[in-house]
Design a binder for this molecule. Structure first.
Ligand code: NCD
Ligand code: ZN
Length: 369
């Protein structure tokens, strides 16, 4: 055979190998174990459901403090952490990371206690009345500037539910109004404040984060990457897609997908998984919150893969949040395979109730093994 024919066959061989190799790597991916920087576990019997579901997916999770009554001090947070740890299944390592609930009465001294605590990482500000169990939240942010000064001084992160609550403001505009009316002035006053704008839902919020320095970050949920307000409202109201901040238009979903998959470390994983019993969701006054914990990483994989960016999942899910919080990255790995799996229709909850998980009964293309 002449030399050029030989090199032609060598080339074919190379391409066959290349495509085989590529298909293997694209159908199986390994990531450093991910963390969830925003989750609701509730308390009491609910922990039997929520802790195993979350601990099977994540190494660590920020456990939100909107219990009834809320978790307001480091002491209360450490006691709550013990109640969570009591439900971690045998053989799983799970490190609950705790957060205090900011109220009008939070004392500036509590912030140095957070700074000194091994397990409490931040404080969460819910504008009073913004969402589930937020009645004890902050009534006017200017009233708590003395505490925020301490947050800036000690570099303790402020986690924000970023929506205004005025009755006259349209629900779809509440996040944007928060940026303009609350967050921009806050950062002017405290330029070194470390903050996480939780569960962002709009292009405006994504751009706000991009335009500020590295102290300003955001979490993004799986529902805001996979769905938009048509999924919630077209063809009948779908209460299991109702969460706060509410799903927005398609163009906002697209911007969130862009920034989440961009490799920018300011955007990281926070599911906002929030359990509500089926009858509390399918109700004339349905509760806000989507329960995504059991399939969280696969839901994110689906979203990243849909835009051809599965290779960006690891940074978003496993690196950037830990880096922001100044915690070490995890060391163990997980594997995802491209195999269909159907999300269960319902899960047992409390004594005799059910939870309908996010995207129940639908098939995802990735599975954690
Ligand atoms: C959360 C809940 O149920 O605790 N609900 C929600 O719609 N996201 C609270 C919250 O994070 O807003
Ligand atoms: Zn939340």
């Amino acid at each position: 055979m002449c030399r050029s024919a030989l090199s032609f066959f060598a080339l074919i061989d190379y391409y066959q190998y290349y495509f085989l190799f590529e298909s293997i790597t694209l159908d199986t991916i390994s990531l450093i174990q991910p963390d969830d920087w925003h989750a609701h576990l509730r308390d009491g019997l609910a922990l039997q459901r929520t802790v195993p579901d979350l601990a099977k997916q994540f190494a660590r999770a920020i456990c939100m403090p909107n219990l009834v009554p809320p978790v307001k001090t480091v002491e209360e947070a450490l006691a709550y952490r013990q109640r969570i740890l009591a439900h971690v299944p045998e053989g799983l390592d799970f490190d609950p990371r705790m957060v205090l609930y900011f109220t009008d009465q939070t004392s500036p001294q509590e912030i140095s206690k957070i700074k000194d605590s091994e397990f409490v990482d931040a404080i969460k500000l819910y504008p009073a009345g913004a969402t589930t169990n937020s009645a004890n939240g902050v009534s006017d942010i200017r009233k708590v500037y003395a505490v925020i000064e301490q947050l800036e001084k000690h570099q303790v992160p402020l986690l924000l539910h970023g929506e205004v609550t005025h009755q006259h403001v349209d629900i779809f505009d509440r996040e944007k109004r928060f940026l303009d009316e609350v967050l921009a002035p806050l950062l002017k006053q405290f330029p070194q404040l470390r903050l996480v704008l939780e569960h962002i839902t709009t292009s405006e919020a994504a751009h706000f984060v991009l335009e500020h320095d590295r102290h300003v970050a955001a979490t993004i949920t799986p529902q805001h990457l996979l769905f938009n307000r048509n999924d919630l409202l077209v063809g009948g109201v779908k209460p299991h897609f109702y969460c706060l901040p509410i799903l927005k238009r398609l163009n906002h979903q697209q911007t969130l997908l862009e920034v989440a998959t961009s490799g920018n470390p300011k955007f990281f994983l926070g599911t906002d998984s929030a359990p509500h019993a089926q009858n509390a969701k399918e109700n004339a006054c349905g509760c806000a919150g989507c329960y995504s914990a059991p399939n969280a990483i696969e839901l994110y994989a689906q979203a990243f893969d849909q835009v051809g960016k599965i290779d960006r999942l690891e940074g978003f899910a496993s690196h950037f949040g830990a880096d922001f919080y100044g915690l070490p990255r995890n060391t163990k790995q997980i594997t995802l395979v491209k195999q269909p799996q159907t999300i269960v229709e319902s899960l047992d909850y409390l004594e005799d109730q059910k939870i309908i998980p996010l995207h129940a009964g639908q098939t995802l293309s990735w599975r954690k093994v």
